[in-house]
Each structure stands twice: as structure tokens, then as C-alpha cells.
Ligand binder design. Structure first.
Ligand code: ATP
Ligand code: MG
Length: 212
């Protein structure tokens, strides 16, 4: 599925980036993850100032700013890569999962909402998912986020900028960002009951159990 998603995004003119798995505590702090945030307890720390990235956003924020100095608007970048979270290992959570994070910079705010839905549709169509709904989740400090839900399963959280965090990252233009869980997309498409079947595994390959 990663290959299919990558091709669809490249065909739509998005630029792929590949960034480090290891990020700094500073970068995480700049994402505004307060001590009482559920994510704060989910971070895999390597030492006092480094962790395994729980999200792609800090790296993409940095690249958006750096590339934004040179590139014409609008432009979109995406990464498909592993993120790490100590999540309550239920049937929907993996400790390491594949995130597809797509960010577009430099369209007008008036276009943002429609563009968010358009980009979501692009990814969902490429993933072979036709039945989905958007749910807007009001979240006080960070502005509204829009989730894409398939049969009750959140497959994507998306947000629009300008955003209160932008200042810390030197971003001053509107943007649209979407973060998909690739394993969740497969679960949603193929109706698997447990996400473990489609995650990084020594026990399953393409959803098929290896032990006989
Ligand atoms: P949830 O509420 O389901 O735990 P989240 O809102 O914390 O997810 P986000 O931070 O919005 O997750 O991450 C973007 C997307 O990454 C989610 O919509 C989901 O598809 C996927 N995702 C997040 N955490 C995990 C995980 N532990 N395992 C697999 N996929 C995940
Ligand atoms: Mg979410």
C-alpha cells in the first residue's frame, strides 16, 4: 500500500521527503506536548534529549520552513515513515506504525477546508477506500481538527493552519496537513479485526499468519 500511496501523491505533484526517526526533545517540546498530554507518556525516550519520533510533524514543519524559502506556492511535501508510541496495545494500536503525513503550504485560507477534503479523497481513493466520513473535533488550544473515520475507526487526523504552533516553527502562511495511519487504512479496507496482522511483524506477512 505504501508504494501505491507514494505513486498517487507523486503523480499529484507532491514531493516525498525522508527524515530522521530520532528527534530532539526540543523539537517535541515545540509541538506543544504538555506533560499532561496523553502523548507525553507515549514517547520512547533514548536519552534525556532524544526520542523516537511519535509523529512526523516536527520534521515536516522544519522542512516546510526551509523549502518555503525557495519554492513557489503552493507546494506539498509528504513522508511515509515509522512512528513510535507506547500505546495501549489494543486492536487498533501498534507501538510502531507507519504514518503518511502530507502538508501543503501556500494556498489561501478560503481554499483550505475544501483542499483538505480533496487531499484526503486522493489518499483514500488510492487506498481503495470509498466509504468514509469526516468528523470535526473541536480542540480548544490547537484549533479544530478533522478526522477521517471509516466504520468507526479513525484513519486520519487533519488540521489547518495558521495554527498556534506555527510561530515556534517560523511558519506564517496557511497550510493543510493530514496524518494517516497506513496500517489503519489496510485494516479499514480489508476488514481485519486486529491491526497486528498488518503491522511490522515476524508472525504475519501481508496479513497471513506464518506459523502453521
Ligand atoms: P487514536 O486516538 O486512535 O489513538 P491519535 O488521534 O492519537 O489516534 P494521531 O496523533 O491523530 O493519532 O495520528 C494520526 C493517525 O495515525 C491516526 O489517525 C491513526 O490512523 C494513526 N495512529 C496513531 N497512533 C497509532 C498507533 N499506535 N498504531 C497505529 N496507528 C496509529
Ligand atoms: Mg487523531
Amino acid at each position: 500500500l505504501c508504494t501505491t500511496l507514494r505513486s498517487a501523491l507523486l503523480a499529484a505533484g507532491c514531493v516525498e521527503v525522508v527524515t530522521p526517526h530520532i528527534i530532539s526533545a526540543d523539537a517535541l517540546a515545540k509541538m506543544g506536548i504538555a506533560a499532561d498530554d496523553p502523548l507525553a507518556d507515549q514517547v520512547f525516550w533514548l536519552d534525556r534529549s532524544h526520542c523516537l519520533r511519535p509523529m512526523l510533524a516536527p520534521n515536516l514543519y522544519t522542512l516546510m520552513r526551509r523549502l518555503g524559502r525557495h519554492w513557489r506556492r503552493p507546494f506539498a511535501i509528504f513522508e511515509i515513515g515509522t512512528c513510535f508510541r507506547r500505546d495501549s496495545r489494543g486492536s487498533r494500536h501498534l507501538n510502531e506504525f507507519t504514518m503518511l503525513n502530507l502538508v501543503e503550504l501556500g494556498r489561501s485560507s478560503a481554499e483550505s477546508e475544501a483542499r483538505l477534503r480533496e487531499l484526503a479523497a486522493l489518499v483514500l481513493t488510492a487506498a481503495g477506500i470509498t466509504d468514509y466520513e469526516f468528523q470535526t473535533v473541536p480542540s480548544g488550544v490547537y484549533g479544530d481538527t478533522t478526522d477521517v473515520v471509516v466504520d468507526g475507526l479513525e484513519v486520519c487526523s487533519a488540521a489547518l493552519g495558521p495554527h498556534p504552533l506555527d510561530d515556534a516553527w517560523g511558519i506564517v502562511e496557511p497550510w493543510v496537513g493530514l496524518g494517516f495511519g497506513v496500517e489503519r487504512l489496510i485494516v479499514a479496507r480489508d476488514g481485519y479485526r486486529n491491526i497486528e496482522r498488518v503491522g511490522r511483524s515476524l508472525s504475519y506477512l501481508d496479513g497471513v499468519r506464518l506459523s502453521v
